[in-house]
Design a protein around this ligand. Structure first.
Ligand code: XBP
Ligand code: MG
Length: 220
């Protein structure tokens, strides 16, 4: 049995990527950009981790003539993040099947819990205070977000930082992920990976995962 379970957030705990997509489009329209990311475009763009990085990549790929300054990216991401929190707070994005049960059972049997994600602390708090109640953070021994480290996933940085904070060896933990980028990140840190398939990453290559499941129900 693993000493710790390290959870990704987006796509793993909840199907949040669809809300991120809507929040990006809201920001684009508020900013008067005229961009619209449909699900097909977004699925492809998800290979670029990080919201600011994703917008920059889209701008570069489409060779959009209108310049996009760092200040524009920052403003777009601020609007996007505020709208994402509003969407999450409506309660429209519940935890995926089995997540709450697994967290509770793991806690009961003395396994430690951690989070390793690309998104921000604010977004994690918005989702988990809604889904688990305001005391949610007390259940986690380490919470590492994209902006805490140098390289976002598929870099191993968030996972290495979690291991350092937990003072555990990689092979004593299990990472729970939904994307190829997440699988690569955890694998580079030496952590075995369990995949829970999500909406946008169904077709990713998960051949390096220990286990691939449709969701986390029945796991406890
Ligand atoms: C999640 C991401 C994030 C979200 C958007 O990846 O890549 O960028 O899409 O969040 P993972 P931000 O599930 O592998 O952590 O806009 O806050 O970056
Ligand atoms: Mg994910």
């Amino acid at each position: 049995r693993a000493a710790a379970l390290i959870f990704d957030v987006d796509g793993t705990l909840a199907e949040t990527e669809e809300l991120h997509r809507q929040a990006f489009n809201h920001a684009f329209s508020r900013h008067g950009l005229g961009w619209e990311w449909d699900r097909t475009v977004y699925k492809d763009l998800l290979r670029v981790t990080g919201g600011k990085e994703r917008m920059r990549a889209y701008h570069a790929r489409r060779r959009i003539a209108q310049p996009l300054a760092d200040a524009d990216i920052a403003e777009l991401h601020r609007i996007k993040t505020a709208h994402y929190a509003e969407l999450v707070e409506t309660g429209c994005c519940p935890l995926r099947p089995g997540v709450a049960e697994l967290l509770a059972v793991a806690r009961e049997r003395g396994q430690r819990l951690a989070i390793a994600t690309t998104t921000s602390h604010g977004n994690i708090a918005a989702l988990l205070s809604q889904a688990l109640g305001t005391g949610w953070a007390g259940d986690f021994d380490a919470i590492v977000a994209g902006d805490d480290v140098r390289h976002k996933k598929p870099g191993p940085d968030v996972y290495l930082e979690v291991l350092a904070r937990l003072k555990l060896n990689a092979h004593d933990c299990v990472a729970i992920e939904d994307s190829a980028n997440g699988l690569i990140a955890a694998s580079r840190a030496g952590i075995p990976v369990l995949i829970t398939r999500s909406m946008f990453f169904r077709d990713d290559d998960f051949s390096d995962a220990r286990v691939v499941l449709d969701d986390l129900s029945g796991l406890e």
